[in-house]
Design a protein around this ligand. Structure first.
Ligand SMILES: Nc1ncnc2c1ncn2[C@@H]1O[C@H](COP(=O)(O)OP(=O)(O)OP(=O)(O)O)[C@@H](O)[C@H]1O
Ligand SMILES: [Mg+2]
Length: 221
């Protein structure tokens, strides 16, 4: 087992047939258990990089390895994603017609555990993010911050080894942001989870082991 959780090698990502050069050759190596913050101006390529690392998109060139495995060579990427990665999206992406607990439990569905166990896991996580009173609510009945917290709970439901989060504290108040960070820190400290968090908040970045800054599709420094 590799103790490098994530390796990106010369990652290039173009959109619009090369008109948009979102990433221009980014290489990075993240140790297992490490907590990384990614900062940088709007449009600099942060979300693009997170999507490549999370096997949600493919690079134009370059390669991503997760625990030593080349993502491009993995037969079942969905399985890898479901088992190893937890994702908090920049927009929460909750499914509108599912209750909060069902949203949180959704990634656990393919694992073949019972509905009862899935609900128990989801409820425990919703309680941990302060949403114990909202488990049966539909997302539309929740505030923006509550939805964001539910998205954090969903990212943790499969006990991922790698947590990828795009501005998880972007649309929440200070206290809620703090509870989200605490949850991430608990995951890294207690479970050895590797985390990569995009943030514009210097306080959040300060709590990481290391900060990577992306400017115009390249890592600075
Ligand atoms: N699907 C897409 N198609 C075309 N261009 C895209 C696409 N996704 C992103 N881009 C472009 O790629 C560049 C990098 O976008 P990205 O979303 O990675 O930025 P970001 O650093 O996450 O910005 P923000 O802080 O505003 O979220 C931007 O110029 C953006 O317009
Ligand atoms: Mg972004």
């Amino acid at each position: 087992m590799s103790d490098v959780a994530i390796r990106g090698v010369d990652l290039v990502k173009h959109y619009e047939h090369g008109l948009v050069k979102a990433l221009r050759g980014v290489s990075l190596s993240v140790a297992a258990g490490e907590r990384i913050a990614i900062t940088g101006p709007s449009g600099s390529g942060k979300t693009t990089l997170l999507h490549l690392i999370g096997a949600l998109d493919v690079p134009t060139s370059g390669r991503v390895e997760i625990f030593g495995e080349d993502v491009a060579a993995v037969r079942d990427v969905n399985h890898l994603r479901g088992r190893t990665l937890g994702f908090v999206f920049q927009l929460h992406h909750l499914i509108p017609n599912l209750r909060l607990w069902e949203n949180v439990a959704l990634p656990a569905h393919p694992l073949g555990i019972s509905r009862r166990e899935r609900r128990a896991r989801a409820v425990a996580l919703l309680e941990a993010v302060g949403l114990g009173a909202r488990v049966d609510f539909l997302p539309v009945k929740c505030s923006g911050g509550e939805r964001q917290r539910a998205a954090v709970a969903r990212a943790l439901v499969n006990e991922p080894r790698i947590l990828l989060a795009d501005e998880p504290t972007g649309s929440v108040d200070r206290a809620t942001g703090e509870s989200i960070l605490k949850l991430f820190e608990w995951a890294t400290e207690e479970r050895g989870v590797t985390s990569i968090t995009i943030t514009h908040n210097p306080e959040v970045a300060q709590r990481a082991d290391r900060t990577l800054e992306i400017v115009d599709g390249l890592l600075r420094g």
